[in-house]
Design a protein around this ligand. Sequence first.
Ligand SMILES: Cc1cc2nc3c(=O)[nH]c(=O)nc-3n(C[C@H](O)[C@H](O)[C@H](O)COP(=O)(O)O)c2cc1C
Length: 369
Amino acid sequence: MASRICDMLGIEFPIFAFSHCRDVVAAVSKAGGIGVLGALAFTPEQLEIELKWIDDNIESKPYGVDVVMPMSYAGSVETELEKMIPEGHKAFGRGILEQYDVPELPEDEPPPMALLGWSRENAQPQVDIALAHPIKLLVNALGVPPKEVIDQAHAQDVLVAALIGKPEQAVRQVEAGTDIIVAQGYEAGGHTGAITTMVLVPEVVDAVAPVPVLAAGGIGSGRQMAAAMALGADGVWTGSIWLTVTESDTSDIVKDKLLKGSSSDTVRSRSMTGKPARMLRTPWTEAWDGPDSPGPLPMPLQYMLNAEAQSRVQRNSNVEGSGGQQLVGSPVGQIMGRMSSIRRTRDVIQEMVTEYIEATERISELLRE
Ligand SMILES: Cc1cc2nc3c(=O)[nH]c(=O)nc-3n(C[C@H](O)[C@H](O)[C@H](O)COP(=O)(O)O)c2cc1C
């Protein structure tokens, strides 16, 4: 497919797939798109294992890694941050779990990684490990990547991309040396701004031209891909639709919720990390966003507060009929309404490409008429 982004990365279709699951990353790249592994939840040791697996299974196709280096957050050292979490907030979180009879974690269970990769200190080892593998793309989720990281990537011929939600953020990225902009709209799963994809993409394309822009948020079909290209994008960046593919490691209970959910069943909430993120609406999000809530804390305090609760919920969600099953959720975008069956990754890509061709032919036909 002719798109300069395909030439830049050596891919067949301009379809980018964000996933935390290595099997999905490899399957997308082998199907002609490009998989990008979300590194956030992995320790450096685990990330090394995941990337080695990808190298061994991706048949030398291009892939990328996504890290999260926020420009700013409330503080630096984890122990100092812990002290900043008010008792009232901790008690509120514990209260929800008690209401749903979610058991404590077993004593021998190691504490969850509270800060994840959400700091420069934790993200840098992930960058170093990623760049020690044959990746083609390094992506930053929240804010402008530090100059040293951009230089480090460029020195190895790795392109740098970044997610943004406003045109002015895109301009700052380009000034810092970012090669590809991912313009992610309000309907997207995960952290997201308040401008819709339809409005954001052409604004960003015009603001950063000739820098290539990928459209993200609400894209799950060939018709949506054609719309994104019509808005001036060079390709599409997708996330939610990969949660329910055959290769995805999403748990059965969450897959079931995603398959049954409609486009109205997501909420943009600060309850997970402290920054607005779109996710499944659950009793957990309802409680934090409800009238009795003390209100979510700023990032990363809210995530630190939630980390243990989420481990307890995940563990309990394996038990049929449990409170954990009611509380468990996932980041997901409004495209959830179209995620109604489990499909193989390569079928999703093929269907998207076929529908994209049909949609563009239909529009060309209108001109002839
Ligand atoms: C489960 C999930 C987790 C996500 N985590 C991250 C992340 O760690 N880093 C990131 O850059 N984007 C993350 N995102 C956002 C995706 O990269 C992508 O921009 C978004 O899913 C696109 O919108 P869509 O969900 O409508 O396809 C996540 C999205 C989902 C659904």
